[in-house]
Ligand binder design. Sequence first.
Ligand SMILES: [Zn+2]
Length: 414
Amino acid sequence: MKFFFPDSQDQIDPSFDFETEGRTRLRLRHREDLYAHEAFSKAPFDGVLVSKAVLQAGRYSLAQKQRMMRSGVREFFRISDPNLLTMGDCGAFAYVREEKPPYSVEEVVDYYQAMGFDFGMSVDHIIFGYDPTETRVNPDWHDRQELTTSLAKDFMREHLRSGSRFTPIGVAQGWSPRSYAHAVQELQNIGYTYIALGGMVGLRTRDILTCLSAIREILRAGVRLHILGVTRLDSMQDFADLGVASIDSTSPLRQAFKDERDNYHTEDRTYTAIRVPQVDANPQLLRKIKSGKVNQGEARRLERNCLLRLNEFERGECSVSQALEAILDYEALYSVGRSFENAYREVLADTPWKRCPCDICKSIGIHAIVFRGAERNRRRGFHNLYIFYQKLQAKRVPQPALITALEQEEVATA
Ligand SMILES: [Zn+2]
């Protein structure tokens, strides 16, 4: 099973000083900040998935976009490892509310080719809905499936016409096991040998497995599947048995700072990261300061004290209870809900970052478990990617070779 990381410019600043929280002045974000694959001696994924929507959404400047089109995806993302694959998609989530995808097939094929992607996904339109009984099917779902299939047909034609070198992936959208199987069948008829299943992010694992079983009935030998946005570690072997060759997901990264509790992953469990919010960036705290309930100077003192104690704890200069006391004193000031006391005591007693062999934990130590600002939170997300990849590999799910552009060329010229 290959794992692709959807990169939406989740970069870290290597000049960030965790003691002073200062940065090198005049920082050049794109040139100096590190992508996830650059933060490790070996990337914790098999490939990078880049959405056209991310590039269009304006997170890159016009100059950056132009440079990207000139230099290609590998140079722009500074991917030097030839084994790290690149996959492009349209980022259908970005236009899910629109009537039609905002890109033409020609434009997308041209973009994948110019960027030098290894794989490019056909233009698709997500169906938001699942009804295995087929009794509540929205007419819009049919329209979107037909549109997605017809765009895949045009995409394949344009790919052949333009002599593009990337491997085309046809996207299947559906709302039930039967409808997914129907979409995959159509894509096979068009000639696709690599097919991505969209719209499965919100499905329960057993529903995904039911869909895969239905697809399996019609899946031709040699046709590989990719599931978009789904990582269910416990089912990887089942996925592989049903023809899935690759997956992608930002979930390990996002859990680091979006999840209520499961922020720091390890081989056998998850931990809650220790919240030390910045006084100036915490809405609850700012509200309390504004209304006079909390003294700003006191808040800053408790915030600083937390960081100081955590640094001391890391050096073995204070105990779990001393560090915890500082954290809880500060928590009492900003928290509106329940306390994380037990979770914090547990993570401080276990010190899981000290056992983690990943490049992030080795370099920043206890800061990997501190929930505070993008530099720490994103690094913890990178650590989670590392753990996810280790777990995936430990499952020893077979790694089918994905058809590369080079192989395809050999087939074409044979
Ligand atoms: Zn780590």
